[in-house]
Design a protein around this ligand. Structure first.
Ligand SMILES: Cc1cc2nc3c(=O)[nH]c(=O)nc-3n(C[C@H](O)[C@H](O)[C@H](O)COP(=O)(O)OP(=O)(O)OC[C@H]3O[C@@H](n4cnc5c(N)ncnc54)[C@H](O)[C@@H]3O)c2cc1C
Ligand code: SF4
Length: 837
């Protein structure tokens, strides 16, 4: 039996250890990861790009749920480990769960420090740490105008920039008179302040906050300072530092000081427990950046995989006697860190001592006109500090010299002018990367060294920056190492070579765009995923979890009757006809046509809930009943029983039609001018079972009061005296989009025609995973009107195509599976079914 490895903390450190373990020995452990946040692990450093609107949350998720599933990892999100029973090796969770382990990794990260002043608990006062914080800031920025950020450090400036991008009036309040005072000296701090003022951020510094002032509703209204002055604030973001999250470790009796104390092998005071990331204290130091925690993760994974059959106690005893050498565990000896400012668009780099002392000398050049400032702090001819502002091209080179403590006596007269000058005088190759050895780190964010990049370029024949990013992660985060990565690419490809222009391929396996793929499928009449991959020279023969579902969809939407759906290329929810939930159980939603149900259907649902011990029965936002907490092995039985009562799958898991929401309309309502319920039922009967690029929701309201919220649906119809208004491209999710009015029609038949045609156009034109809202924003509502309004023949043709494709799509998966495997009970049987499909 495999050893049980439990990881507490699904953040950047926790997930990195797991990746490193899988790389070395993917079969060694049965892995379970806990995260108290709701999302699968995400790249926390990219939250600033989400706040500034440059990225969406789904773009910064490190691995999709499919990745966890494919690697046999159980992920439990939204749940907190509250204590450890160390003797019997059990983790207790906040919902009363008891999880046994053989080895445990603590990767609990850090908490943002909160300002301890009166008023700190007012509404509108936030820290900047998690996705929830970002969501809340964006939501507040939609309603309020003035934001104050307390703290002029790296995080505070990124928060301020993001809030300006969200349209707020932002003032940064800082206790010192230099921004980023732990990384910059007075001159560079002043240059940075000027650059940020030019970008619309205001500053109050030095200022010490005394209290926060409330309005009559308990929302923050102003910030009051020690000097008696005040500034208006409707949103206040506190970014004054972090504290390692050690509460669980402390409660469990582990040795903690500022962080959980670990040795050079990431071992804690309990031999079965290791710790990594911001939560640890190593040789007296704690860290708040990713590069060190990636180094820790590597050592941790080596310890856990390189000593077969030994437990950590034994391995550490061996390490102490240096007997571990043959097992290649590299001890973690601490990190020298550097800082860069992302997103804001200012080139800045700092490492080591940024201000001198009586034992150091400064070498400085400064050009106000060009906005360039470079300072090297030198002690005994060795660089001990670097501050670069405006030109950071040589940052890695200087940083490497600092880390190696290189004697610079031979180049001291010109070192400040940069590598090009130094190398040209000594007749060395002037290329940016030429002076780097293979072990030198190029991308600090992701801990990638030059050797790894060169190896990937050579072995995978990479020719573009995008490919290097996808395969090595170098340059994929803050981007400051991009020139260096390009240079490595160029020099590895050899003289006279060129970097392929970056093309927006749908994933790292291909340079083909969605349009290229659709065109090839149509023109060459391709009928399998493998045929598309061959025709478009896919780089990885198997594809990946991004391109396989996309190809499956493009083929299905093009040749719906002819193409045989490739079941295993669907996401896990679609494969299991249910939504996987955070605790590993599933939820099942039967279809309720137009939101209508009957006593017998309700009875059948209640019977199923009783029979299978389903803990939660919930009415959804789309007017259906959700059965939550269904065990995987019970799924076939649940489908069969609901099916026997006349219900079909609601496709609540699919990139497909979900619901058609209705109001009670003219049949019951005093205001109703049309029968919206019948309209909704007809729409749902026509459209269910269709596969679409993303999920699709419809609604029908009986009058302009619009109780079914039809104007924030992918397609919504609103009854008026003379007929129906049809609205398209709405979205009620994270970013609300009000639908565009497509047209007005008179009859229900016309509504059906326009709806079918619209959905068919969307199915044929949109990229896979593009909601109607994003698609319409990309192509413009004029394009949709041109196809559906100005071209009645084209519209009718699209409608016909839609109805034809529905003939082969309206197959209820529950009925099909129940009929073919009446005795489906076990998970094992279920897997066989998947394999055969
Ligand atoms: C906005 C922002 C920008 C940043 N920018 C940069 C940058 O440019 N460069 C850089 O190097 N660093 C940056 N950082 C810092 C970097 O993100 C952190 O160093 C890194 O994320 C820490 O990783 P971690 O895994 O140790 O902690 P985290 O990523 O915080 O993960 C810890 C996880 O453990 C969970 N957890 C804690 N306790 C429990 C429990 N008892 N049970 C279950 N789960 C638990 C937490 O919910 C959390 O999800 C930035 C941070 C922020 C917030
Ligand atoms: S939308 Fe109009 S018809 Fe429908 S329930 Fe509301 S008020 Fe009544």
């Amino acid at each position: 039996m495999r050893e049980r490895l439990v990881v507490i903390g699904n953040g950047m450190a926790g997930i990195r250890v797991v990746e490193e373990i899988l790389k070395r020995d993917s079969h060694r452990y049965e892995i379970l990861i806990f995260g108290s946040e709701q999302e699968p692990a995400y790249d926390r450093i990219m939250l600033s790009s989400v706040l500034s609107g440059e990225k969406r949350m789904d773009e910064i998720i490190i691995h999709s749920l499919d990745w966890y599933e494919q690697n046999g990892i159980r992920l439990v999100t939204g749940r907190e480990a509250v204590s450890l029973e160390r003797k019997s090796k059990i983790v207790h969770t906040d919902d009363g769960g008891r999880i046994p382990y053989d080895k445990l990794i603590l990767a609990t990260g850090a908490n943002a420090v909160f300002l301890n002043v009166p008023g700190k608990n007012l509404h509108g006062v936030l820290v900047y740490r998690s996705h929830l914080d970002v969501q809340e800031m964006i939501a507040i920025s939609r309603q309020k105008k003035r934001a104050v950020v307390i703290g002029g450090g790296l995080l505070g400036l990124e928060a301020a920039h993001g809030l300006v991008k969200q349209g707020m009036d932002v003032t940064v309040v800082h206790i010192f008179d230099t921004l980023m005072d732990r990384q910059l000296d007075f001159v560079s701090g002043k240059m940075l302040k000027q650059a940020l003022e030019d970008r619309g951020i205001k500053f109050l510094m030095p200022k010490t906050t005394k209290s926060l002032v409330s309005d009559e509703t308990g929302w923050v209204r102003a910030v009051r300072f020690q000097d008696g002055t005040e500034i208006e604030a409707e949103l206040m973001v506190v970014t004054v530092g972090i504290l390692p999250r050690i509460d669980l470790a402390l409660r469990s009796g582990l040795n903690c000081q500022r962080g959980i104390v670990v040795d050079d092998y990431m071992g804690t005071s309990d031999p079965a427990i290791l710790a990594v990331g911001e939560c640890v204290e190593h040789r007296g130091a704690t860290y708040g950046l990713v590069a060190p925690l990636y180094e820790m993760a590597r050592t941790c994974a080596e310890v856990l995989t390189e000593v077969p059959g030994k437990d950590v106690t034994d391995s550490r005893r061996l390490q102490q006697s240096h007997a571990l050498q043959p097992y290649k565990v590299t001890p973690y000896k601490g990190s020298t860190t550097s800082a860069k400012l992302k997103v804001v668009g200012v080139d800045m780099f700092s490492a080591g001592k940024h201000t001198g002392d009586p034992w150091t000398e400064d070498i400085i050049i400064q050009d106000h006109f060009l906005g360039i400032y470079k300072k090297l702090v030198v002690r005994e001819n060795r660089i001990v500090g670097i501050v670069l502002y405006g030109d950071t091209e040589d940052a890695t080179w200087y940083f490497q010299m600092l880390k190696e403590s290189r004697d610079i006596s031979d180049i001291r007269d010109r070192v400040i002018f940069g590598r090009a000058i130094v190398n040209s005088k000594s007749d060395q190759t002037p290329g940016l990367s030429a002076a780097l050895t293979n072990e030198m780190e190029v991308c600090g964010c992701n801990g990638v060294c030059k050797g790894a990049i060169v190896q990937a370029i050579q072995s995978l024949r990479l020719t573009s920056l995008e490919e290097v990013r996808a395969h090595t992660k170098a340059s994929a985060s803050c981007g400051s190492c991009t020139p260096l990565v390009k240079d490595i690419l160029l020099s590895t490809l050899g003289p006279g070579s060129e970097i392929s222009p970056t093309r927006e391929g749908i994933c790292a396996c291909t340079q083909a765009s969605a349009e290229d793929i659709r065109e090839a499928i149509r023109a060459q009449h391709l009928l399998t995923i493998e045929a598309v991959m061959t025709a478009l020279s896919w780089k990885s023969p198997e594809g990946c979890s991004t391109c396989r579902p996309a190809l499956n969809y493009y083929l299905l939407s093009e040749f719906s009757g002819e193409y045989r759906d490739h079941f295993r290329s669907r996401f896990v929810n679609e494969r299991l006809h249910a939504n996987i939930q955070k605790d590993g159980t599933y939820s099942v939603v039967p279809r309720m046509w137009g939101g209508l149900t009957s006593p017998s259907e309700l009875r059948a649902i209640a019977d199923v809930a009783d029979k299978y011990g389903i803990p939660t029965v919930k009415v959804t936002g789309g007017q259906r009943i959700d059965l939550l907490g269904v065990k995987k092995e019970d799924l076939p039985g649940v489908w069969r029983d609901l099916n026997a009562a006349g219900m079909v799958s609601g496709h609540a898991y699919g990139k497909a039609l979900r619901t058609v929401k209705t109001c009670v309309g003219s049949e019951w309502c005093r205001f109703g001018v049309q029968d919206s319920t019948t309209m909704g039922v007809r729409l749902e009967k026509m459209t269910w079972g269709t596969w679409t690029p993303h999920k699709v929701k419809l609604a029908a309201s009986g009058c302009p009061r619009n109780c079914a919220e039809a104007t924030i649906k992918d397609l919504g119809v609103v009854a008026v005296d003379s007929g129906w208004e049809i609205h398209v491209g709405g979205n009620g999710g994270m970013k609300v989009r009000v639908a565009d009015l497509l047209c007005k029609v008179k009859t229900q038949e016309e509504v059906l025609e326009y709806t079918g045609a619209f959905l068919q156009l969307y199915r044929k034109e949109a990229h896979y995973l593009e909601r109607t809202a994003h698609w319409i924003e990309r192509v413009g509502i004029a394009f949709v009107k041109e196809k559906l309004i100005q071209d009645p023949e084209g519209r009718k043709c699209l409608y016909r195509e839609f109805l034809e494709s529905q003939e082969s799509s309206q197959v209820d998966p529950w009925a099909a599976l129940s009929a073919s495997r009446a005795d489906l009970k076990e998970f094992v049987t279920f897997n066989m079914l998947e394999a055969e499909a």
